[in-house]
Design a protein. Structure first.
Length: 115
């Protein structure tokens, strides 16, 4: 019998979405938006490629990396002020983000179903 090489599992971090208080998990190497889709959280989005700014929010705390995006969707001054695009954000620690564009009724409904 040969030994199978086990792939290490990616680190998992918590993401807290304010002002609604929803928490979800994101694996390293996965964007916040992809993790939201996987877990049934309806975040605002458009192009999913960093071109439209529909998923723009404010990073309140945490360590992230932004994948390639258009400066039309997120300008340098916006990035410097702590704004990120959830479709292009990789997470390297627990983070908290403040949603700027969201459907309050939908997210309130989702937060009521959280454990």
């Amino acid at each position: 019998m040969g030994q199978e090489m086990l792939q290490p599992r990616p680190a998992v971090h918590k993401v807290r979405l304010e002002p609604v208080g929803i928490e979800m998990e994101v694996e390293e190497g996965e964007t916040v938006l992809d993790a939201a889709f996987r877990q049934g959280v309806a975040l605002p989005h458009g192009c999913k490629e960093g071109q439209c700014s529909a998923c723009k929010c404010i990073l309140n705390e945490g360590d992230v990396e932004l994948l390639k995006y258009s400066t039309f969707a997120l300008s340098d001054p916006e990035k410097e002020s702590g704004q990120v695009l959830l479709c292009r954000t990789l997470v390297y620690s627990d983070i908290e983000v403040e949603l700027l564009n969201y459907d309050e009724d939908l997210l309130s409904l989702l937060s009521c179903t959280e454990k």
